[in-house]
Design a protein around this ligand. Structure first.
Ligand SMILES: Nc1ncnc2c1ncn2[C@@H]1O[C@H](COP(=O)(O)OP(=O)(O)OP(=O)(O)O)[C@@H](O)[C@H]1O
Ligand SMILES: [Mg+2]
Length: 640
């Protein structure tokens, strides 16, 4: 049976991918001595433990800090709340190491939520943390693939047959909806209607800023108003937060699963952990946890003051206390789980990342699942939420970047083809809609990507079509701020690219310095740092830029990491400059598309026209800048 083969192939691909990810982590640990891992931000040593606290859900939270040593970057610059880490403790401590999740990351301090018990007392001596990967996602994908493959005569088996092209999806005559959001444009309304009429599946194609998430939110509200329960998912935490933010405004009962550290601070009240804590019954959990703490402290304090007494404490007594500590822990957790189960069961909408869908919390009883950023999820990952619902609506854009894959073999074997990609070719036209009006970019910024990637179909909404940076309060009109697009050509400037062996990535110092000059020109004109981003395809260049400029609020990052986001002004540093005209992964047009569609009012692209100009699409971008009279030379910035 073809279906079985398909799922076995996907299984083999994720096995390859898992091995590649592990190998990559190990390779890094071996390749780089601690000092280099520290330079990369993957390890931080010399940490002092300032406090051990009981936290949510009985977790142990440890607060660690390190004195500044005058370095250019925060020692934690490569770490984010939500990352999995290994905490190593000094000799003499028990346990010697513990895994946990970064809960809070500051410039010179972090809080780690440990997965298991921590040390009894604050250790003397320094601690270390190392960034780790996680295996849970692979386990969930594996289970989902088996479930999907083996399902018989169910909604899931119907979806499977449709997704394999064995059956066609069906449509019902849906009643005309009364829209909750009365600002939806005609394309968005069509997308909502098409999704509501589908019995099985619908695809919403949305170029950047066209309101994919807005449309999904409307579909969710329509579905809930018909008495249905909805699951809303996306591959990344930030994308789930995007839907959460919009849903929290609707008055629906929503709950977001996942570690609270991985939810934006301003949205944490939507998180299951915080809703659990706010529940009246949670007071009992607190009391039980407090009783347990007291018991632990009684044992360890006695031991601390006089080891003799601890030694004298009989084996039986010690054991019975330990048993009591364990019993109290379980009692509190059971009660907590009961509260969580109740909150989830009464929610209209449950949100989670694909990978954060814990079977313990969600059973397959959703009428609808909406999958946002569907072009960013591998097929095996998409099956995790799909196994839990009767019907699916996907929103995505096949012209933006696909998911990151470690294994070249897996990528070439088909893992790089997303389910969204496949369905685009498989589903009939009436199950697919295209959003066309975008609410982000000045029409001159939009024009080039629209022609290149969307057959010229994009329309700039009148509220953004002519907006420029110099219309922002306090911003003066300068050659840069009054123009929506500027291309700064570094050809002939001698800004050669360099290979950064440590980061295995490329950088270009001359270009970075120019980007900083241009940035200060924008700031001098009155733009706020928080309204500007400097983006580059290469992580080494991003890191170099971070050492050159530190303005609170300014964002410097990789193009890939900025997908789904926007800023008033964006400076793009393309980096590549070499004799051979090599452009490497700049040659992926989806990366170019993402890079040049993040700016609302002011897009400044810096690149070597001779190098990039060998690629026909980049050559057309340069020609487009010429036509806009927006092609400048880096010589203009040489003195000053
Ligand atoms: N019909 C509309 N009228 C006014 N503003 C809208 C409309 N639809 C969307 N917007 C606004 O446009 C912006 C982009 O919308 P949204 O985030 O839903 O787009 P998206 O396609 O999901 O974007 P991305 O590609 O970044 O994920 C938001 O600020 C949203 O409020
Ligand atoms: Mg979106």
């Amino acid at each position: 049976m073809a279906g079985k083969e398909h799922f076995e192939r996907l299984q083999a691909l994720i096995d390859l991918e898992r091995e590649a990810e592990k190998a990559e982590n190990l390779r890094e640990l071996r390749k780089f001595p601690v000092s280099q891992r520290e330079a990369l931000g993957k390890t931080v040593t010399g940490l002092t433990m300032n406090a051990i606290e009981g936290g949510m859900g009985g977790m142990t939270m440890v607060v660690l800090s390190r004195k500044p040593k005058g370095e250019e970057l925060s020692p934690f610059h490569a770490m984010n709340a939500g990352d999995n880490v290994l905490l190593s403790l000094p000799p003499g401590c028990e346990p010697r190491s513990a895994e946990g999740t970064l809960y809070k990351v500051e410039e010179y301090g972090v809080t780690v939520a440990l997965n298991g018990p921590g040390p009894d007392a604050e250790p003397r001596g320094s601690c270390q943390i190392d960034l780790l990967g996680s295996d849970a996602t692979y386990q969930r994908m594996r289970k989902a693939l088996v479930t999907a493959s083996e399902s018989r005569r169910s909604r899931l088996s119907t979806l499977r047959e449709i997704f394999l092209g064995e059956t066609s999806p069906t449509r019902a005559r849906a009643p005309k909806p009364v829209f909750f959001n009365d600002r939806l444009n005609e394309y968005q309304r069509d997308a909502v209607k098409s999704a509501l009429a589908a019995d099985d599946v619908a695809l919403v194609h949305g170029p950047p800023g066209t309101g994919k998430t807005t449309v999904l939110v409307e579909i969710v509200r329509q579905s809930v108003s018909r008495g249905e329960r909805v699951l809303a998912t996306a591959p990344s935490n930030i994308a789930v937060d995007n839907i959460l933010e919009k849903l929290l405004d609707t008055g629906l009962r929503v709950v977001r699963l996942g570690h609270p550290a991985r939810t934006l601070e301003s949205l944490r009240h939507g998180n299951l952990a915080l809703q659990t804590e706010a529940d009246p019954v949670y007071e009992q959990v607190r009391e039980i946890d407090a009783a347990r703490e007291r018991l632990i402290h009684r044992v360890s304090r006695t031991g601390g003051r006089d080891r003799g007494i601890r030694a004298q404490m009989g084996y039986d007594e010690k054991h019975s206390r330990e048993r009591e500590v364990g019993r109290l822990w379980r009692e509190a957790r059971d009660l907590e789980f009961e509260i969580q189960r109740r909150i989830i069961a009464s929610a209209h909408v449950v949100l989670a990342t694909h990978a954060g869908m814990s079977k313990r919390h969600v059973k397959g009883d959703f009428d609808l699942v909406v999958l946002d950023e569907a072009s960013q999820a591998t097929e095996p990952l998409s099956w995790v939420p799909l196994t839990l619902a009767k019907k699916a609506v996907f929103a995505g854009d096949a012209n933006q970047l696909p998911p990151t894959i470690y294994s070249k073999e897996a990528a070439e074997g088909g893992l790089a083809v997303t389910l969204f990609d496949r369905l685009k070719d498989l589903l009939p036209a009436n199950a697919q809609t295209l959003l066309r009006v975008q609410y982000r970019m000045h029409e001159s910024i939009m024009e080039f990507p629209s022609e290149q990637f969307y057959a010229g179909k994009l329309i700039a909404h009148e509220s953004v079509a002519h907006h420029t940076a110099d219309e922002l309060p306090g911003v003066a009109a300068t050659p840069l701020t009054s123009k929506p697009v500027t291309y700064v050509d570094t050809a002939g400037a001698g800004f050669d690219e360099a290979w950064n062996d440590l980061l295995e990535s490329r950088e270009n110092k001359g270009e970075a310095e120019l980007a900083v000059k241009i940035l200060y020109e924008l700031l001098a004109a009155g733009l706020k740092p928080r309204d500007v981003a400097i983006l580059t395809p290469y992580v080494a260049q991003a890191k170099l830029l971070k050492t050159l400029v530190r303005e609170p609020g300014l964002e410097i990052g990789s193009v890939d990491g900025f997908q789904g986001r926007e800023k008033e002004a964006v400076i793009v540093s393309l980096v590549r400059s070499n004799e051979g005209g090599q452009i490497g992964f700049l040659g992926d047009m989806r990366r170019l598309n993402v890079a040049i569609t993040r700016a609302r009012r002011c897009l400044i692209v810096i690149g070597d026209g001779v190098t990039i100009g060998r690629h026909p699409v980049y050559a057309q971008f340069v020609a487009h800048a010429d036509a806009l009279d927006a092609h400048r030379s880096s010589y203009e910035w040489h003195h000053g």
